[in-house]
Design a protein. Structure first.
Length: 272
């Protein structure tokens, strides 16, 4: 598994830039679909089922995003943090890994934000009497209320679980194996309320579009107004994504990729 992660990391770093960007855009859209699915799953759950059960359901359906990435084929920034193993093993340079991460991050943002725009334009937020839009606003509002430290640590924990899901997939032989490897870790991080930078590239723009452009009829239907979400301004994209992205990097590169490289590859390299 470690050798496969190292080899794949080197291959990803040397992909054609445009191909890498397109694959990253797909991954952003795939994660956005998972986020959209999770939002729908949570609508109407309050007061009907226990909090934990509703969170597990949301996390389970959110795993659709990573399943599409891994099985369908795409490049996700958080999962690609495991490329650090190829860098640590001397297979790629620091410049190559930084270039790959930057391109993938950009592509992920394009894909997730574009999906948020299309979902908004579809009027999906007004479904269920506006309950879907209200749920999306509540999700984004909770993210804006996090302190820098809280967002960073939640980002660390989220990507530990995401990278472990990807790591487990390296042992999979069938599509079913991959799905079974992905769902539990992803469901766990979503249920716990941890922070995933690419998912937030959908959650935050979608809520901001609703707050800024939803018609008066929507606000009447949900019994609220844009002023109730004054903290939701476009600058929250930076305020949230900076600590969450840093946390994701720490969790994926140091606590998963770095640890597994040290345990499995550094020792074998020294003995050879």
């Amino acid at each position: 598994m470690a050798e496969r992660a190292e080899r794949l990391g080197a291959e990803k770093a040397r992909l054609d830039p445009w191909r890498l960007l397109v694959l990253a855009t797909l991954a952003g859209a795939f994660i956005a679909f998972g986020a959209m699915f999770a939002t729908i799953a949570g609508v109407g759950a309050s007061g009907v089922m226990p909090y934990g059960v509703s969170r597990i359901i949301a996390g389970t359906v959110f795993s659709l995003g990573l399943i599409l990435v891994v099985v369908g084929g795409a490049e996700l920034f958080t999962g690609n943090n495991l490329m650090v193993m190829a860098w640590a093993g001397g297979k790629i340079s620091a410049r190559e890994i930084m270039r790959a991460w930057l391109l993938v991050y950009m592509g992920n943002f394009i894909g997730a934000a574009a999906t948020a725009l299309f979902v908004f334009l579809s009027g999906h937020y007004a479904d269920a009497g506006g309950a879907i839009g209200a749920a999306a606003l509540a999700i984004a509002q909770a993210k804006t209320d996090l302190s820098f430290v809280s967002a960073l640590v939640r980002g660390v924990l989220a990507n530990v679980l995401v990278c472990l899901a990807v790591w487990l997939c390296y042992s999979a032989r069938t599509t079913t194996d991959k799905i079974l490897a992905i769902v539990p870790p992803v469901a766990a991080f979503v249920a716990a309320g941890f922070e995933h930078s690419v998912a937030n590239m959908y959650f935050l723009p979608f809520a901001l579009l609703i707050k800024t452009y939803a018609p008066a009829g929507f606000w009447v239907a949900v019994g609220s107004s844009p002023t109730a979400h004054e903290g939701l301004i476009w600058s929250v994209l930076v305020h949230n994504l900076v600590p969450v992205t840093l946390g994701n990097l720490i969790g994926g590169t140091i606590l998963v990729g770095g640890v597994y490289w040290f345990v499995y590859l550094r020792r074998s390299g020294a003995s050879s």
